[in-house]
Design a protein around this ligand. Sequence first.
Ligand SMILES: Cc1ncc(COP(=O)(O)O)c(C=O)c1O
Length: 438
Amino acid sequence: MADATEAALLEKASRYAFRARMDKKVATGPVFASARDSTVTDVTGREFLDFNSGQMCSALGHNHPTVVAAIREACDTMLHAHSSHYNVREIELASRLGALVPAPLQKSLFGESGSDANEMAMMIARKFTGGHEIASPHISFHGLSDATRAVTFAGWHAGHGQLPGGTTAMVAPYCYRCPLAQTFPQCDYACLTTSFALLDAQSTGRPAAVITEPLFSAGGVVEPPPGWLKRLHEFCQARGMLLIVDEEQTGLGKLGDLFGFAAEGVVPDIITVAKHFGGGVGISAVITSAAIEEKVVAEGYAATHSHSNDPLICAAGIASLDVIEQEDIPAKARRIGTQMHERLQALMQRYDMIGDIRGRGQLIGVELVRDRNSREPATEEGRAIGRFCFEAGLIFSLRRDGSVLRFVPPATTTPAQIDWAMDRLGEALEAASTGKRA
Ligand SMILES: Cc1ncc(COP(=O)(O)O)c(C=O)c1O
């Protein structure tokens, strides 16, 4: 009976659901029906351990009771509000965020997705500087709207024709595969000196900003070397460019710190948050200083959308900040990261297909190679490992054509669940290695 329900739903999906999805272009199961903590359940009753946290937005745990209660309360009070007038929840959320970020960051503007927050951040930088040139590292992901796709260099450009102008790729600090064949720290950040030499050469004299993730998630869970963000900030300051740090994947505790930039001792000019900021509901924020806000508003900047400051999504944002503070999500993230790294290191001893293990807290990546010397990406092997684990009931995502396994376990994940997941990964590596051991 249950299967018939799934078959009927998939038949409808194949007729009516537009398939512009990132990782799947066919209408096949599972069809999800419910979720709690780290587990998602499909319409047949089958459970999966979700090491992707949905689309990384349930990193506090699926259907967290604090978030659910806040949404229920909003249903009894006010769901939607006029976006030019203030409402109670929006003011409360902006105040909470303002108290959380380092000075001079202070003022928040809300959106509904990561892409629109990054678009607003870029518009603010252009309005503030009077420039239009925006650069981003070549493995970055900032969204798939037209404006953010133009600074998303990790892929998804094919067939889109001319992208909006004024955007340029920089050489990313991907040390495991340095495009400049350098080694850190002897390179002295050659990726930055090279990138800025090119940016300066192309500039029409109107630079506006660099937008970057502090740790590149969709580009392959790539961590810049220590000091990179600080040096990048200096390069920007020397040119009057603003530094926008996209913390949508990395912020609000997921890496074991409140923000990814914290470890670098840098305060960006603008940051954006999204994903688990809404605890599973679509809300994002751009946060900047009062001085930047003052100037761009004086110059007529307006950016509200129909649902930007809605009490419903702001209530979810407040609840997620409550969870982050009360449950000490950074500490939970560190505990998850430590156990994941220990288990992955043990697998790396056994399987030479594991070339590199990266990431921090709840955001962890494993880069697979056919040979540790040549570092040829093990793309097909990675896809086979992804399928094996999925069939065993473990969800995670594949990046870099399958050669990077990306894990984002929700903060609710127990040590036993991590052990179970890593046991399945071990079996998948054994099946894919065909006898090739470290
Ligand atoms: C770092 C980063 N920025 C922006 C986005 C885009 O967010 P959204 O899909 O909510 O528009 C994502 C989505 O994965 C992301 O990882």
